[in-house]
Design a binder for this molecule. Structure first.
Ligand code: XCC
Ligand code: SF4
Length: 631
C-alpha cells in the first residue's frame, strides 16, 4: 500500500488554480493572480522599509540624494519603526483573538453555548495560578481563572504570568535584556508610542521592543488563546481528516468557515450535526451538510473535530470559484476583502461575524456568547435553502485531496510517544523518548514550519520542497497555520508519506504511528511549539539555544508572522525566512535582526529567498548544533 502513495505536486495544484481561474474570467471578477500583476513591480522604498508616513511633513523616502527624512530620521530609524509597528500589529491580532477566547470562558455556563470541555486543563491552570478549586463549582473556577486571564492583558504591574512556563535560563535572559513582557496591551501601546513622530530614533531600542512585544504575544496573548481554546473546546488529540479543494462535495450543502477565532466555527460544526439542520439540507435536495475550513479556522476545527480543510490563505478565492459554496462565514484575520464582490458573482452567501472584521458585501451577524447558537443556525439555514440556487455552468471541483493526520498538541505528541515506550514509563509525561531519538542520531533534529503562503514566491512551493528535503534528511517537522495546510494539500500529513523520509525518521513514524509532519494547530498555537521546545530543553537538561531545532517561515506575509518570529527568536530558536523582512534599506537594521538578537538572546534571523539554499542552510545549522552538543 505504501508504494502507491504519491504526493500532490505544486504543478497539479497550479493546474487546479488555472482551471478555476477560468471561472473567474467567466464571471468577470479579478482574483489575486490578476492583482499581483497590477501591483508588480512593488514600490522599492516600501520593500526596503525606508518610506515613512508617520507624520504629515512626509511621506519621506530615503535615497542616496535624500538620506534623511524631514525630521532627520535616517534609514535605520525609519526601517526600525516600520518593523516594530509590524510586530505590534501582529501581536495585537493574535492577542486580541486570544482575549476573545478568554471572554468566551468568562461567559461560559453549564447550559450556555460555551462550556468547559477540558476540565483537567482548567484545573491544571487553576493550580498554576493559585486559584482555589476545593469544593467549588466548576464554572465558578472557570470564571475566576478567565478573569485572571483577562487581567493579564492590561495588568498595571509585573510581567506576563505565562512566561513562568519558560525555562529558568530564558526567564533570566529576558530579565537581563530588559525584554520580559509586561501586559500585552502595554507592550503594544509602548511600541506605538515609541514609533510616534519624534520618539525613538535608535534602531537597537526599536528591535528590542519588537522582541518584547513579540514575547507579550507568544508568552502572553497567543498562549492565552491556545490554553483557553483548549479548555473550552477540548485539547486536540491525533485524528484523521482530509485536505485540499477536493474536500468540497457537489452533493452536499457546503459551508466554509474562514478566519481564526473558533467561537463561530465551533457553533457551526455543532449545529450542523443536529437533526433539524440535516433534515433541512435533505429537504433542499442535498445529501447533507459539509463543513470545511480555510486558514487557521480550518486548523482549529480539524484538530478538534476532524473537519476537512479546504486549504490555506491563497486558496480562499479558489474555494468560491468552485461554484459549490452555499455560504462562507468568517471571523477575523486573513480574509481577502475580495471575498465580498466575488461571492456576489456566485450564489454564495457571505457572513461576517465580528466587529473586528467588517467587510462590504457581507451580511453582518455579530456573534456574542448569548446569541452564538442562533447565529450559527441562521447561517446554516440560509446555506441549506441556498443549495438549489447553484449555477451548474459555473461548477468545477478539483479532485485533489489527501488524507491528513492532525491533532498533535503537546499532549497529543506525548500520548503518541507513550504508545512506543510505555514499557519504560508508567505515566509518560516526558519528551525523553524523542530526545533519545535525537541524541542517538535516528532523528537529526526538528524544524517548525510556520506561516502563510505568499505570491511573492511560487505559492506553497517553498513550503513543500523544504519539508520534503528535511524529512528525507531525518528531520522531523512540526507545522502550524498555512504551512501545515500546504503539507496537508501535498499529502505530507498522510502517514503513508513516511516513504519520503530518511531511514531513521521512517522508523520513528512507523513505531509511533505518526506522519513525518506533525500538525500542531493554528498560528496562535505556535505557543504550543514554545512549550514544546522549553519542555524538551528541560527534560534534556540543556538550553533552548542548544537544541537542534529551528523555525522556518518560507512564505510569510502577515504582521502576525513578524510578531511570531520575534518571540521564537527570543525563545532561543533561530528563524529561517524565505521572504525579506522589509528592512533591507538599512544595513544597521539587517545587522540588528541577525547578529544583534543573536548576541542578546542567542538566536536571530537567517534570510534566503532561494528555498533550496534556505533548506541547505538549515540542514547545516542542525548539524552544527549537533556537533556543538557532541552528538
Ligand atoms: Fe493567515 Fe493563520 Fe498566515 Fe495563514 S499562516 S495566512 S497569518 S492563516 Ni498564520
Ligand atoms: Fe518624514 Fe520624520 Fe515625519 Fe517620518 S516622522 S514622515 S521621516 S518627517
Amino acid at each position: 500500500m505504501s508504494e502507491v502513495f504519491q504526493t500532490t505536486t505544486v504543478e497539479q495544484m497550479e493546474a487546479d488554480t488555472a482551471r478555476l481561474y477560468e471561472n473567474a474570467v467567466k464571471v468577470g471578477m479579478d482574483v489575486w493572480q490578476d492583482r499581483v500583476k497590477n501591483q508588480t513591480p512593488h514600490c522599492g522604498f516600501g520593500e526596503k522599509g525606508i518610506c515613512c508616513r508617520i507624520c504629515s511633513m512626509g511621506p519621506c523616502r530615503i535615497s542616496p540624494k535624500a538620506p534623511k527624512g524631514i525630521c532627520g530620521a535616517n534609514a535605520a530609524t525609519i526601517a526600525g519603526r516600520n518593523y516594530l509597528r509590524m510586530a505590534a500589529g501582529g501581536a495585537s491580532a493574535h492577542s486580541d483573538h486570544g482575549r476573545e477566547c478568554v471572554w468566551k470562558m468568562y461567559d461560559a455556563t453549564a447550559d450556555g453555548y460555551y462550556h468547559v470541555t477540558d476540565e483537567k486543563k482548567l484545573y491544571k491552570l487553576a493550580a498554576e495560578w493559585g486559584v482555589e478549586t476545593e469544593g467549588r463549582d466548576l464554572y465558578e473556577v472557570a470564571h475566576e481563572v478567565a478573569e485572571m486571564g483577562l487581567n493579564e492583558y492590561g495588568k498595571i504591574n509585573g510581567f506576563q504570568k505565562w512566561t513562568q512556563r519558560a525555562t529558568e535560563e530564558r526567564q533570566k535572559v529576558w530579565n537581563e535584556q530588559g525584554i520580559m513582557p509586561r501586559a500585552v496591551d502595554r507592550e503594544v501601546v509602548t511600541a506605538m508610542h515609541m514609533t510616534h513622530m519624534g520618539c525613538t530614533a535608535d534602531a537597537e531600542a526599536l528591535v528590542r521592543q519588537a522582541l518584547r512585544t513579540g514575547l507579550a504575544d507568544g508568552w502572553g496573548g497567543s498562549m492565552a488563546g491556545t490554553e483557553f481554546t483548549d479548555i473550552l473546546y477540548g485539547t486536540p488529540m491525533p485524528k484523521e481528516t482530509e485536505g485540499n479543494l477536493g474536500v468540497l462535495d457537489k452533493e452536499m450543502v457546503n459551508i466554509v468557515c474562514h478566519g481564526h477565532d473558533p467561537a463561530v466555527s465551533e457553533m457551526i460544526v455543532t449545529f450542523s450535526e443536529t437533526k433539524e439542520m440535516q433534515d433541512l439540507a435533505r429537504a433542499n435536495g442535498a445529501k447533507g451538510i459539509n463543513i470545511v475550513g480555510l486558514c487557521c479556522t480550518a486548523n482549529e476545527i480539524a484538530m478538534r473535530h476532524g473537519v476537512k480543510m479546504a486549504g490555506n490563505f491563497l486558496q480562499q478565492e479558489n474555494v468560491l470559484l468552485t461554484g459549490v459554496v452555499e455560504a462562507i462565514c468568517v471571523d477575523v484575520q486573513c480574509i481577502f476583502p475580495n471575498i465580498g464582490p466575488l461571492s456576489e458573482c456566485f450564489h454564495t452567501k457571505f457572513y461576517t461575524t465580528s466587529p473586528i472584521a467588517r467587510i462590504p458585501y457581507s451580511t453582518y451577524l455579530p456573534l456574542t456568547s448569548e446569541n452564538a447558537g442562533e447565529v450559527a443556525k441562521e447561517i446554516i439555514t440560509a446555506a441549506c435553502n441556498n443549495f438549489k440556487n447553484r449555477d451548474e455552468s459555473k461548477i468545477f471541483i478539483p479532485d485533489h485531496k489527501h488524507k491528513a493526520s492532525v491533532g498533535y498538541s503537546c499532549e497529543g505528541i506525548k500520548g503518541q510517544l507513550d504508545t512506543v515506550t510505555n514499557s519504560h514509563f508508567d505515566v509518560l509525561d516526558t519528551y525523553q523518548p524523542l530526545i533519545d531519538c535525537v541524541t542517538s542520531g535516528v532523528l537529526r533534529g526538528a524544524v517548525a514550519m510556520v506561516g502563510c503562503n505568499n505570491p511573492k514566491v511560487r505559492p506553497d512551493w517553498s513550503h513543500i520542497e523544504i519539508m520534503k528535503k528535511l524529512i528525507a534528511n531525518d528531520v522531523v517537522i512540526v507545522a502550524t497555520g498555512c504551512a501545515a495546510q500546504a503539507a496537508s494539500k501535498a499529502g505530507l500529513l498522510d502517514k503513508r508519506s513516511k516513504v519520503l523520509c530518511g531511514e531513521g525518521l521512517r522508523r520513528v513514524c512507523t513505531l509511533a504511528d505518526i506522519p513525518p509532519v506533525l500538525h500542531m494547530g493554528s498560528c496562535v498555537d505556535i505557543s504550543r511549539m514554545m512549550l514544546l521546545v522549553c519542555g524538551i530543553a528541560k527534560d534534556w537538561g540543556i538550553e533552548t539555544t542548544q537544541l537542534p531545532v529551528l523555525g522556518c517561515a518560507p512564505e510569510w506575509m502577515s504582521e502576525k508572522a513578524v510578531s511570531i518570529a520575534n518571540y521564537v527568536v527570543a525563545t532561543g530558536i533561530d528563524v529561517y525566512l524565505g521572504i525579506d523582512p522589509l528592512v533591507g534599506g538599512s544595513d544597521q537594521m539587517m545587522d540588528l535582526i541577525t547578529n544583534g538578537t543573536t548576541e542578546w538572546v542567542g538566536a536571530g534571523y537567517h534570510i534566503n529567498t532561494d528555498p533550496d539554499q534556505l533548506v541547505e542552510d538549515m540542514l547545516n545549522a542542525i548539524e552544527a548544533k549537533r556537533d556543538a552538543l557532541g552528538i
